[in-house]
Each structure stands twice: as structure tokens, then as C-alpha cells.
Design a protein around this ligand. Structure first.
Ligand code: CIR
Length: 275
């Protein structure tokens, strides 16, 4: 098997992104694009074949491809984002995933953002947030229950998505901010808390045994390294101004090796991303 990472370059209109818990501050799109390239290079170094969608100039949040789908080994759930401005992002993502997975689609009145879905083995935690409602979680359960997944709804308070508050950093180990979720939902997991002065530090992206992690959260990073985790730093502060983290910028999934075109290669551009 090989790993594929679906990504999409930051839009020229990124500064018009949705914002829920952050003040709007100027966003330097060129800097965001450079950081995104560094992120893609990191994924490629970790063995991912990049499947890069073209930029969407009229869709400010399209870089955050994670919200458009939940990709499991058995199928891809195409979401229905809670922010109506983001629903036009779905078609291109669904089309790119079509050769790799059968599709289940979340329908109205359900809403679901991929950022609210944390898959940990056969347990799937779904955040109830301003973006994801109970009907969306029920539909997710309907899709995944028969495949042997246990879908658990988790209330999230004070941040955008479940994965802003908690991610799995190693099998059975979560990194979390206890201010935003009820930690007892993760009682079966070893828990690492973010440093209290780094509330946004719980969003980490596992790629195989490594952890892609924002360079800015130095004190929480020290906790991860003290736990023996292989932390790979990426610059991510410009995209963070759009309320996005490292999980948000890719959809990573396994494919048979022959479908990937070769580990670490880029299906649209044959060279590694530069920038
Ligand atoms: C939004 O509010 O939808 C975007 N500005 C940020 C989305 C970040 N995505 C994620 O956490 N999965």
C-alpha cells in the first residue's frame, strides 16, 4: 500500500475566509502559499504521493480540503459543510476521490465538516459544533456503523472543530485542549495536554509514525518529543490566521501501490513542490 495526500493551493481570495473564533487580521497569500508548499514537501518526504487540486480563486477556504470529505479504507464520506460558502468546494474533491473510494454523501438537513471527525481505529469521534449537527452525525453513523465503526458524538465548546481541540498523535494517544472538550470522552486514551499558553496546539497530523506539527507551538512540541514522538515541524502561522491547522490542509489515505504512481511523487507535477 502507498499513501496519497490530496491538497489544494491556498486561494487568492483566502483573506475573505470564514472566521468564527478569531479576529480578522491581514493574511499574506504569498506567505500562506509558501507555507503550504513547505507542508506539501513535508508530506512528500514522509512518503505521500501528492494529488494536488488546482487553486479555486473564488473559494477562499478551498485550501482546507479536510472539511470536504472523510476518507476511510472502505469509503469516502463527502460532507455537507456547515458554512454554506464552503459547499462549492465539494465537487472537485469528490471527483478526485472517485477513482479511489466508493462514495457516501451527507444530505440536508445534515451538516458535517471533516474537521469535526476524528478517526481512531474503529472508533470515530464526531464533534457537535457550529458546523456539524446531530443529523450529520447520525448520517455518518448510518454510513460507518455497518462497516464496524463506532461513531461517538462529542460536544465541542469554544473552538471551530473537534480536531482544533483534540487529535490522535500515536495509536491510543491523544493531544488535547481540555478547555474545549470533555476529556472523559477520551478516557480510554493516554492524554497529552497542550501547554496552557498554546490553546491552538492540539491540531497535529499523523503520517505513518511521524507527526506533522506547526513550528509555532514550541512548548507543546516539547511535550510531544518528551513522549518520544517523531515531530516534523512546518511553518503554519499564516494559514492559522484563517482558522486552519495542519490536519485541515490534506486528506491522506492509502491506495494500492500501483495506483499511487510511486511514493513521494506528485501526480500533477512530476517534480517535488518547490517554494
Ligand atoms: C473555516 O472557517 O471554515 C475556515 N476558515 C477554516 C477551516 C479549517 N478547517 C479545519 O479545521 N478542518
Amino acid at each position: 500500500m502507498a499513501l496519497m495526500a490530496l491538497t489544494r493551493a491556498p486561494s487568492v481570495s483566502l483573506a475573505r475566509c470564514e472566521l468564527t473564533h478569531l479576529e480578522r487580521t491581514p493574511i499574506d497569500v504569498a506567505r500562506a502559499r509558501a507555507q503550504h508548499l513547505a507542508y506539501e514537501r513535508c508530506l512528500a518526504r514522509l512518503g505521500c504521493t501528492l494529488l494536488r487540486l488546482p487553486e479555486e480563486p473564488d473559494l477562499p477556504d478551498a485550501v482546507f480540503v479536510e472539511d470536504a470529505a472523510v476518507v476511510l479504507d472502505e469509503l469516502a464520506v463527502i460532507t455537507r459543510p456547515g458554512a454554506p460558502s464552503r459547499r462549492a468546494e465539494l465537487d472537485a474533491v469528490a471527483t478526485a476521490l472517485a477513482p479511489h473510494r466508493t462514495r457516501f454523501t451527507i444530505e440536508a438537513p445534515g451538516t458535517l465538516d471533516g474537521g469535526d471527525v476524528l478517526v481512531a481505529g474503529r472508533r470515530v469521534f464526531a464533534g457537535l459544533t457550529a458546523r456539524t449537527n446531530a443529523a450529520g452525525v447520525d448520517q455518518l453513523r448510518l454510513a460507518l456503523g455497518p462497516l464496524g465503526y463506532d461513531v461517538v458524538a462529542v460536544r465541542v465548546d469554544g473552538c471551530l472543530h473537534l480536531k482544533t481541540a483534540v487529535t490522535e498523535v500515536a495509536p491510543g494517544v491523544v493531544l488535547l485542549n481540555p478547555a474545549w472538550i470533555d476529556c472523559s470522552a477520551f478516557a480510554a486514551f493516554e492524554q497529552i495536554e497542550v501547554h496552557p499558553e498554546e490553546p491552538f496546539a492540539a491540531n497535529a497530523l499523523r503520517v505513518g509514525p511521524a507527526l506533522v506539527y506547526p513550528a509555532a507551538h514550541e512548548r507543546t512540541r516539547a511535550r510531544l518529543e518528551a513522549r518520544g514522538l517523531d515531530v516534523r515541524l512546518v511553518p503554519a502561522d499564516e494559514l492559522a490566521k484563517a482558522e486552519g491547522g495542519v490536519t485541515c490542509c490534506s486528506l491522506i489515505f492509502e491506495v494500492p501501490a500501483k495506483a499511487s504512481g510511486g511514493a513521494g511523487r506528485d501526480r500533477r507535477r512530476r517534480t517535488a513542490p518547490r517554494g
